[in-house]
Ligand binder design. Structure first.
Ligand SMILES: Cc1cc2nc3c(=O)[nH]c(=O)nc-3n(C[C@H](O)[C@H](O)[C@H](O)COP(=O)(O)OP(=O)(O)OC[C@H]3O[C@@H](n4cnc5c(N)ncnc54)[C@H](O)[C@@H]3O)c2cc1C
Length: 393
């Protein structure tokens, strides 16, 4: 079977809904992924290796903090930024996760809640990839319910002293700075964000091994034992659980685009394979009705997902997006992508479980994407709350 090369997926002239600039950004990101990530990603996935050599080239293309303005950031629209994450995840969800964390979970909170000094110190260095960041919200006992967190910050003189454990933290061991969310004891346990340089005494990060998912992304546990930071490391504009949730909304928006990329990769691979692979009467398997039904389901759902996220992106660019809109796009598009990965894996038969093809890797990656940044079911409750006005958490 010849190697299958991605051809793009567009059933209803979706491209005509994009501006020239948007298409240019998408095509640039697509070429970068094709030339630089596709040739190495299966090796990275097997080895459980994050392709760190791509950090600088991605920074040069403006992928970090792409939709922020100033500080060397590309100042892309939200739709352009989304198209970048789509292409990144067409390559690999782990690499897209790295970019989402650096951009939406580290640069965004500094940009939104940080002091001028914090912005000037960190944003240019994070944009250029000279410094890497991570976002510590989840704890071993608090995932979907981060409000229960045990991590505490206590004011001691002109410093804060932080204690706690964070778990499942993307880029934890490669980060220079961690955005740590903690309850501040002297402020009635209000949740606030702190910038913690990872070389401070008492800060420890260890990789989580044995993951069957996002193998090309670093995932770590963090431990903070009496970590002392100056009060200037507090993100002054942060206050309450709303602050980390605002960051998650930014990341979820990128994920909703990204999942379409993974779905496109699986669908296009399965479609091309089905036209080449012959079974029964020397006919391609694409000629069988049951195979066509699977392909139809996929292109149908990918097309609906594209339209949903484009509208959410247009609302975001107009300053009118609501968090429940982003929840719907994340919930639908990741579910859709996971179903596409399962159907595509099936169409490839035994070849579907091998890493000669990208499908099984996407399938395993998407299991994490379904869980992180608010699980599928948590987004169900967010939408339910929005339409009924009743909190069912
Ligand atoms: C690879 C990876 C990378 C990650 N990166 C980061 C990161 O960089 N930073 C970070 O802070 N976190 C990160 N996370 C953590 C992620 O955000 C959490 O895993 C997620 O919030 C879910 O929490 P949990 O795993 O504790 O599951 P739980 O909250 O224990 O949920 C388990 C199950 O119970 C369900 N459930 C929970 N509450 C309810 C309810 N009220 N009603 C109905 N069902 C419910 C959930 O939907 C789920 O199915 C990462 C996770 C993974 C897997």
């Amino acid at each position: 079977m010849p190697a299958i090369k991605f051809r793009g997926v567009d059933f209803i002239g979706f491209d005509t809904l994009l501006s020239d600039d948007e298409r240019l950004v998408r095509d640039t990101a697509r070429k970068f992924i094709e030339d630089n990530l596709i040739p190495i990603i299966e090796e990275c996935n097997r080895a459980g290796r994050f392709p760190r050599e791509l950090v600088k080239p991605m920074a040069e293309l403006g992928f970090f903090g792409a939709n922020l303005k100033g500080y060397g950031c590309a100042g892309m629209s939200n739709v352009e930024y989304g198209l970048v994450t789509q292409e990144l995840e067409r390559g690999d969800s782990g690499v897209r996760s790295f970019v989402s964390v650096q951009s939406a979970l580290v640069m965004y909170p500094i940009y939104t809640f940080g002091s001028d000094e914090q912005k000037n110190t960190w944003l240019p260095a994070l944009q250029s990839g000279d410094k890497l960041g991570c976002f510590g919200l989840t704890e071993p006992d608090f995932g979907s319910n981060p409000g229960g967190m045990r991590t505490r910050a206590k004011k001691v003189g002109k410093d804060y002293v932080l204690n706690g454990e964070k778990m499942w933290i993307t880029s934890g061991t490669i980060a220079d700075v961690a955005v740590i969310w903690a309850k501040v004891e002297d402020e009635g346990d209000k949740v606030r964000g702190f910038l913690v340089e990872t070389d401070r005494p008492g800060f420890k990060a260890d990789d989580i091994h044995g993951k069957w998912s996002l193998r090309a992304s670093v995932t770590s546990g963090l431990s903070l034992q009496d970590v002392r930071v100056p009060e200037s490391n507090l993100l002054p504009g942060s206050g309450g659980l709303k602050s980390p949730l605002m960051c998650l909304n930014q990341a979820r928006y990128g994920i909703a685009w990204g999942a379409i990329g993974a779905a496109m990769s699986c669908y296009d691979c399965a479609l091309q394979y089905s036209l080449l692979r012959k079974q029964f009467r020397d006919q391609p398997i694409a000629s069988h009705q049951l195979v066509q039904e699977k392909l139809t389901w996929m292109i149908n759902e990918i097309t609906k997902a594209q339209l949903l996220i484009l509208q959410v992106g247009r609302l975001k660019d107009a300053g009118k997006v609501e968090h429940q809109h982003i929840s719907m796009a994340k919930r639908n598009n990741v579910w859709m992508a996971l179903e596409c990965a399962r159907l595509s894996r099936d169409i490839l038969g035994a070849n579907g479980v091998a890493d000669d093809y990208p499908i099984m890797r996407h399938l395993m990656n998407l299991e994490s994407v379904k869980t992180y940044e608010g699980t599928h079911d948590i987004h169900t409750l967010i939408i339910g709350q929005s339409v009924t006005g009743i909190d069912a958490f």
